[in-house]
Design a protein around this ligand. Sequence first.
Ligand SMILES: O=C(O)CCC(=O)C(=O)O
Ligand SMILES: [Fe+2]
Length: 404
Amino acid sequence: MIKTKTSDDKLDTLLSRSVVPIIDLAHCGIEEIPVKSVVNRVGHQLHRVLAEKGMALLVNHGISDEKLKTAWDHLDDFVDLPPNVKQHYIRSEGNHHGYKSRELNGNFKGKTPELRHAFNISTLNAQNLPEEPLPGFADHISTLANDFKALACFILQALAVSLDISPTFFLEKHSHMLSDDQENMSTLRMLYYPPVVDDEPGQNNVIERRCQYSYQRCLSNQPDFRPEHDPREEDELNELDGTNGQLFEHKIGNGAVIRCGAHVDYGTFTLLAQDSEGGLEMKLPGSEKWHRVGHLPGAILLNCGEILSIWTQGRYPALQHRVVIPEQEHIRARGRHSIAYFCHPDNITSISPNDLPNPDAVKDTACLKQRKKSFKAAKERVYNACQLISKKFRDTYSNNNHSQ
Ligand SMILES: O=C(O)CCC(=O)C(=O)O
Ligand SMILES: [Fe+2]
């Protein structure tokens, strides 16, 4: 059962409005060996849901809301540290682990700055975590990262069931996640998008704004699948940035900012926990329209990455997504928090569309375009996961605004 304070009738109506199918993981056992019957049930649900929608909202997954909120508190405390302390944890060129924020005054080579603080955790080695300035940080985040890893392992097994292949096929290819040996790029990313408030002209200090998670107004622990949350007409919304890949910008001071530019995730899949502030939008398979994902308290969003799309020959599509800045002033004046776990195969895993038995013949023309794209990436040459992900990083840095 989904735990919520909403009455059953109201909940049914809200859930029926969600563009994202909901999958109940009750008894998935992230702390023990998963129950086989649950793996099978979830596998069968994923088979349909990922092919049709490319994503699912996971409920009763075993990671408590309190744990997520405490992690966001730790991130807020980190963001508040003096710059010379934060400096020690900054992500260096070519490294996935570490903290990164984009200051408004920086040099963006003509790109629109993404207004967010991101702390990537790809090693649980305490040396690389801000334990000294923030006692408790390393312990809490390591436990949380291991919970996400366990959930990812469960999903990897269910995915194998969903594709009717050996139950350990994916698990074996992800055996080094978070193992400190540089053999796998899986990452837990903690994200904070500061409030967007117009500054005095010329001030541009918006990135500094603080919004302590526990004090902010995302206490409404209610599902939110309102389709018309944004006052802009949908056509206008899509015209602004949907069809031609441009990014939704917010003008502030002399410049423009975005929260997270349109992109697809690179790896096998992503698990995403968000607070209730909203802003996440996805393009559904075969569609050029942006859809609000909405909010279900405590749920974790599962979305496919490009590698899974290649493996499944596009059957499980990697969806474009972005985080927009709310149009309403009082909503964008609040910060937003999320946590993403990027599940990546071990670096040396070769990624080829021929690794899996060919799924059903292509029937859906809407998916054809996506399949062609995935084939193009994988046909010319078989890359291993490390090459593929590094190539995507390079392309992203040189071509568009989103920095993964
Ligand atoms: O913050 C979010 O909700 C999404 C973040 C995301 O898509 C990413 O970092 O790849
Ligand atoms: Fe993403």
